[in-house]
Design a protein around this ligand. Structure first.
Ligand SMILES: NC(=O)c1ccc[n+]([C@@H]2O[C@H](COP(=O)([O-])OP(=O)(O)OC[C@H]3O[C@@H](n4cnc5c(N)ncnc54)[C@H](OP(=O)(O)O)[C@@H]3O)[C@@H](O)[C@H]2O)c1
Length: 344
């Protein structure tokens, strides 16, 4: 395994981490795996040197499942969870965290993250914006929870440039990560300058949906209408006309993979890992075989030339999308897609 430093904390984080949304949210992911499969995933990940595990209150029973399977192994991992409510005052934050600690069967979390800012994104379920008090609450709550020893580090998720700026300098010095969707098929945080901003502030990306929810694995090269899972149906990338264009990027990934004897998933994950701003890649896993494949992404030999080719395909795709989109849309009707500026 290879590691990167978490901001300037001295803590080393594995370049690939296990995302556990799929450990507990059948309502959106469809059939979950049995507990034993998740146990094996975590055990093998730890044996391979993976030390970061990401969950959230919002992921159904994920925290409970992790609490069970991490018994006796808690100190081997950095446990990251989230304040999934969009109320950030101390009393709410404290009681939400207490709930997480109970479900996770631990007395501290390593990284506590604000799951979502309030943000107004047309065509999605996000309708409000952060106010001054919200930003103050975020900072005051996180700092207090750290002083109380309940969390070791604090982070945010899905924070765009104006959200980061809204936090202010003191809070920006305090938080260590911004967890964002980041893959060959989702480059908004580069295009909008968030990556550059975070690099300057020494805030690392925890890159989520690095395989674009499996699309970059090459396993979806078929009619998009067959996609069953609610979470994928709501993902803009799994909707035409975006899907057909995304598949062209997948083809480039497949070509590179064939050239170097790796799998498309490994190539797509490695590309994310190679970005300076990324501290760790959160790979969502519900099948042991995927973990076994994905952790070896760390070792595959991608040349500068490959990285450039992937980057070009990725940005060309990104440039076909309107700015400011959100990965998931509440309503994937043709009318709403058109309203969002997505045209054939
Ligand atoms: N902060 C946030 O707002 C936020 C949002 C989203 C995600 N996250 C975190 O980030 C993690 C990862 O994101 P994600 O799960 O959305 O996306 P992802 O990691 O891109 O996709 C995960 C899915 O891809 C498929 N997959 C994984 N490896 C594969 C392989 N080698 N071959 C073929 N298919 C493969 C699996 O699908 P099947 O299981 O269907 O086979 C898996 O469930 C989550 O688990 C969660 O911890 C955070």
């Amino acid at each position: 395994m290879q590691y990167k430093e978490l901001a300037n904390t001295g803590v080393k984080v594995s370049k690939i981490a296990v995302g556990t949304w799929q450990f507990g949210h059948a309502a959106v992911w469809g059939e979950l795996s049995p507990l034993e499969e998740y146990q094996k995933i975590i055990d093998e990940a730890i044996d391979a040197g993976v030390n970061l595990i990401d969950t959230a209150k919002a992921y159904g029973t994920s925290e409970e499942v992790l609490g069970k399977i991490l018994k006796g192994k808690r100190d081997k991992v950095l446990l990251a969870t989230k304040l999934s409510r969009q109320e950030y005052d101390y009393n709410t934050a404290r009681s939400e965290l207490e709930g997480s600690l109970k479900r996770l069967q631990t007395d501290y979390v390593d990284l506590y993250q604000i799951h979502w800012p309030k943000i107004n994104i047309p065509g999605t379920w996000h309708k409000a914006d952060m106010e001054k008090k919200d930003y103050e609450d975020v900072f005051n709550s996180l700092i207090k929870l750290k002083q109380e020893g309940l969390i070791r580090f604090a982070g945010v998720c899905n924070f765009r440039l104006h959200n980061l700026e809204g936090l202010g300098e003191q809070a920006l010095d305090f938080i260590v990560t911004n967890q964002v969707p980041y893959s060959l098929l989702w480059r908004f945080y580069d295009v909008e300058g968030v990556s550059e901003f975070c690099k300057q502030k020494n805030i690392g990306f925890l890159a989520y949906s690095p395989l674009a929810q499996g699309l970059l694995s090459g396993n979806f090269d078929k009619d998009v209408k067959n996609v069953q899972e609610k979470i994928r149906q709501a993902n803009i990338l799994f909707n035409e006309p975006v899907y057909a264009r995304a598949i062209k990027v997948v083809k480039v990934v497949e070509d590179v993979a064939a050239e170097i004897g790796a799998t498309p998933s490994q190539v797509a994950l490695k590309w994310v890992m190679e970005r300076d701003v990324v501290v760790s890649v959160l790979s969502g896993i519900r099948k042991l075989k995927h973990l076994e494949e994905n952790i070896h992404a760390v070792d595959i030999p991608l040349t500068e030339e490959h990285l450039k080719k992937l980057d070009e395909a990725s940005l060309n795709f990104q440039n076909t999308l309107p700015q400011g989109l959100e990965l998931w849309i509440g309503d994937n009707s043709k009318e709403n897609l058109e309203k969002l500026g997505i045209k054939a």
